[in-house]
Design a protein around this ligand. Sequence first.
Ligand SMILES: [Mg+2]
Ligand SMILES: [Zn+2]
Length: 215
Amino acid sequence: MTRLSRSSDLSVRRPAARLRDAALATRKRAVFFDRDGTLNEEIGHVRDAADFRVYSFAAQAVRLVNEAGLRAIVVTNQSGVGRGLIPESLVRRVNRQLTRQIAAGGGRLDAIYYCPHHPEASVERFRMVCGCRKPASGLLETAAREFGVDLAQSFMVGDRFVDMLAGRSVGARSVLVLTGVGPRELEDGKNSGTTQPDHIAEDAYKAVQWILANL
Ligand SMILES: [Mg+2]
Ligand SMILES: [Zn+2]
């Protein structure tokens, strides 16, 4: 191929390249979702996969994120593993169930990250002050490394203030949802003056609508 034909190819491809660059820029952003109380009913530690109920709006919320070209990533504290209440295999099984049910509703989760640790865990190998139990930011940082996500351009959606704090600590914007323990957390947060979220939404679907309107 001659230099001339290469340069002519380049000029033809420039608009496509710009589109591709724009697409890559949105792929560097993520919406991080908490799991329990945000995408599925909060029932405490999920001890039986049969009790796991995905909210009706969850798949649509994830689908909106997919369509906007952002990553959709779940970050969840699962200290029940460290506390010896549930085997790690059950967390993985329930996570697969979530991924499948979201997929059945037309949404695609890019990944699910979980923290099995607790400072007072009964299972010794999980007993530690780790860097991944929210409000720590380890799960978000690991996801950011693995997916090339720009955390400062990303969002955290959850029903607890630990979710808001995890998002804040990496420079992401945070949305509190009023499902799960959200209403109680909001009340407690107001009383104690805890860091407020950037936005409060009825549920994860409304949260995503707000996020996409505020990119
Ligand atoms: Mg939660
Ligand atoms: Zn951890």
